[in-house]
Write a protein that binds this ligand. Structure first.
Ligand code: ADP
Ligand code: 5GP
Length: 219
């Protein structure tokens, strides 16, 4: 294998309303960049949806177990959404950073801002937005059976996230990219381009590695 430039690991954080397409885009990314982009599997107290496998999309636990693990300090960050608890494991973050891999997170906007605050230089926040609420409704209904009350709850959370998103406009160090997921192919091409471009940022490169590459006449 050829020489590669060493650089700091990146924490790619994908945010957006339930049904906006985060999982679809993230699973494609980890399939394509399978060697060096690892998905952070969150812990949640919500029940698995049809087709969701424990240890793949989430680690599913009871509310009691979640709270016990939170009290033991296992979570780097945790939040409550739609009445369920969700948390990012400290161990996942630490292992990822130490192994030099990039990590991919699918978390809510509050968790994303915690990540940005703690790792401002490493975190890249991408907000995925659907073309309309109508499209969001269609996608949520098509994905799996969902009760009307649950749908309304998810819309209310989406409205709150949109409010936060608008409030962050112009705020450096918050949301880096707003990705419209209208055509899936276009959205994937964009998020893929973001991963590739962010990996090339000069500021992320290890100085020693750059010096090595710039050595004139060296081997
Ligand atoms: P999230 O992870 O944000 O909750 P999903 O990735 O599960 O959303 O997507 C919700 C549903 O919408 C899924 O059934 C998915 O196949 C579908 N979907 C995702 N992106 C698009 C798109 N651009 N056009 C149409 N359907 C889409
Ligand atoms: P869902 O139930 O649709 O999978 O997820 C609901 C919300 O919880 C989404 O916005 C999702 O991104 C968020 N979420 C999932 N895991 C985490 C996590 O570890 N931390 C935080 N803060 N939010 C999470």
């Amino acid at each position: 294998m050829g020489r590669t430039l060493k650089r700091k690991g990146i924490l790619f954080v994908v945010i957006g309303p339930s049904g906006s397409g985060k999982s679809t885009l993230c699973s494609r990314l980890v399939r394509e960049f399978d060697r060096d982009l690892h998905y952070s599997i969150s812990v949640t107290s919500r029940s698995p949806r049809e087709g969701e496998v424990d240890g793949t999309s989430y680690h599913f636990v009871s509310r009691e177990e979640f709270l016990a693990r939170r009290d033991r300090g296992e979570f780097f960050e945790w939040e409550e959404t739609h009445g369920n608890l969700y948390g990012t494991l400290r161990a996942t973050l630490e292992n990822g950073i130490n192994s030099g891999h990039d990590l991919l997170f699918q978390i809510d906007i509050r968790g994303a801002m915690t990540m940005k605050k703690n790792f401002p230089d490493n975190t890249v926040a991408v907000f995925v937005i659907p073309p309309s609420f109508e499209a969001l409704r269609e996608r949520l209904v098509a994905r799996s059976p969902v009760a009307q009350a649950e749908l309304e709850r998810r819309f209310e959370t989406a409205r709150q996230e949109y409010e936060t998103l608008q409030g962050l406009h112009g705020n450096k160090g918050s949301i880096d990219y707003l990705l419209l997921n209208s055509s899936l192919e276009d959205a994937y091409a964009q998020i893929r381009a973001i991963v590739i471009a962010e990996r090339s940022r000069y500021g992320r490169m290890d100085k020693g590695s750059v010096v090595e590459f710039c050595r004139v006449g060296g081997s």
